[in-house]
Design a protein around this ligand. Structure first.
Ligand SMILES: *Cc1c(COP(=O)(O)O)cnc(C)c1O
Length: 440
């Protein structure tokens, strides 16, 4: 049942309401566990997870999400002077470790790990830029050109009344058209350029953009939600070293940790404005269990990141080329398809990309549909990410099988049962996480 007033599918809520009024607490609990078991079977055991926004967490990092610390309120900054509550000395030590590891990985002077996600981090940054630096005009990528809603009208800058001009792009590669940008920038003199993309194949020209807008004191805000793991591992240009003034990232995408957000910066003068916007303005308790878990992920990244993320990019290039050979239209073909964990298939059939991705889900392959330049209501992009299968050690041969089953399912539609068996077989060989600390 679809309603005019809500985007929820109300039939699912109606079903749940029936269970809530008929089942006892014990039965409801069993029901919850059975739903989770089903999910685990479908996604964890029999599925191939290629959702680019997912991050495969190690067992050690997952384990810490249920630590005692997670039940503690945490308002404030590190140290007794600023914490609102007593009993947080160990939390202070852990958060200090998190900050030090993040500073080391991202080669920055300052960072804040208290954000609950990339959108939350962006909300803090846009609020800070407006309140402390009076910035209210910016360039950003349109969400139909790879950009993310959290950097556009639907998100925090829209809510904060920023005026937003779209960055010009090259539709075949989603790269920024630097010449067009320079012309537009000279006319509009933006005080801020946000570089943030959820659909992203090739690095942004951070230094070039910074050089242009520096002429009138403009700043670069790099939202590396997707690229955080690649940047920390040193296999994608570090935007902070290239002149970005502020960086945000998600910790649950390529960074492969618990879902959360970080902010990084170098300018000492931004420290108080960012920290006070993070707390008390826009966060209360910030989930200390998540921070403890993040420390584990940072150590994994420092130890194994380079090999892990480099293998991921190579896997993405390989799978993209295999899919192309199977007859799918893959973006970036003349430039080896991608320099990230992502592959973008252009899906022009009238069915639309969203319906196509549900056909893949039917056989146990999970990806998502994305908007590409020129799209209206019907999406034409299928985004594939290889971070999880990389961490699970996918082999070259398995990539060949995977490409065949994806292309077969998308293009010929006729052998679902067989495809399901092939996918479950592939998944069976992908059950052990690599690039993890030894805890035996
Ligand atoms: C995914 C994404 C976000 C949101 O990150 P969450 O951690 O899910 O809140 C923000 N910006 C970009 C560019 C993204 O791709």
């Amino acid at each position: 049942m679809l309603s005019e007033n809500s985007y929820h599918d109300l039939s699912l809520i109606n079903n749940a309401e029936k269970l809530v009024v008929t089942l006892t607490g014990d039965r409801l609990y069993q029901h919850l566990i059975s739903i989770l078991d089903r999910h685990n079977e479908i996604r964890g055991k029999q599925g191939i997870n290629l959702v680019a926004a997912d991050g495969p967490m190690s067992r050690q990092a997952r384990h810490l999400l249920s630590c005692e610390l997670g039940t503690r309120a945490s308002c404030g900054e590190i140290g007794r002077r600023s914490r609102y509550f007593t009993g947080l000395d160990q939390a202070d030590e852990i958060e200090a470790l998190a900050i030090s590891l993040i500073n080391d990985l991202f080669q920055c002077k300052h960072s804040d790990p208290r954000l609950m996600g990339g959108v939350h981090a962006n909300t803090v940054v846009y609020s800070m830029l407006k309140k402390h630096l009076n910035i209210t005009n910016m360039f950003a990528l349109n969400p139909f050109h790879g950009g993310n809603l959290s950097n556009h009208k639907m998100g925090p800058p829209g809510i904060l009344d920023y005026s937003i001009i779209d960055l010009p792009i090259e539709p075949q590669t989603l790269k920024i058209d630097l010449n067009k940008f320079e012309c537009l920038a000279n006319v509009h003199k933006p005080l801020l350029v946000n570089l943030g993309a959820g659909v992203h194949l090739f690095p942004f020209p951070v230094r070039e953009i910074k050089d242009i807008i520096s002429q009138w004191g403009g700043r670069v805000f790099f939202d590396g939600a997707h690229q955080a793991g690649l940047i920390a591992a040193g296999v994608y240009p570090n935007p902070i070293l290239d002149g970005a003034d502020v960086f945000t990232g998600s910790t649950g995408k390529t960074f492969s940790g618990s879902q959360g957000g970080i902010i990084c910066w170098n300018d000492d003068h931004l420290s108080r404005p960012i920290e006070t916007m993070a707390f008390p303005a826009l966060t209360g308790s910030h989930q200390l269990n998540r921070v403890a878990s993040l420390v584990v992920t940072c150590i994994e990244m420092r130890t194994f990141g380079k090999e892990y993320m480099r293998t991921g990019i190579n896997n993405a290039k390989r799978l993209a080329s295999l899919l192309h050979n199977e007859g799918l239209e893959v973006l970036g073909a003349p430039e080896h398809y991608t320099e990230t964990h992502q592959i973008i298939i252009k899906w022009c059939y009238p069915e639309g990309a969203k319906a196509a991705t549900y056909r893949l889900a039917n056989v146990g392959i999970f990806v998502n549909a994305v908007a590409l330049p020129g799209d209206g209501h019907r999406l034409s992009g299928i985004r594939i990410g290889v971070t999880e299968v990389t961490r699970l050690g996918i082999t070259h041969n398995a990539l060949i099988v995977l490409a065949k089953v994806i292309a077969g399912c998308l293009l010929t539609r006729c052998f679902d049962d067989h495809a399901r068996i092939v996918v479950a077989d592939l998944a069976k060989a992908l059950q052990t996480f690599k690039y993890c600390l030894d805890d035996t």
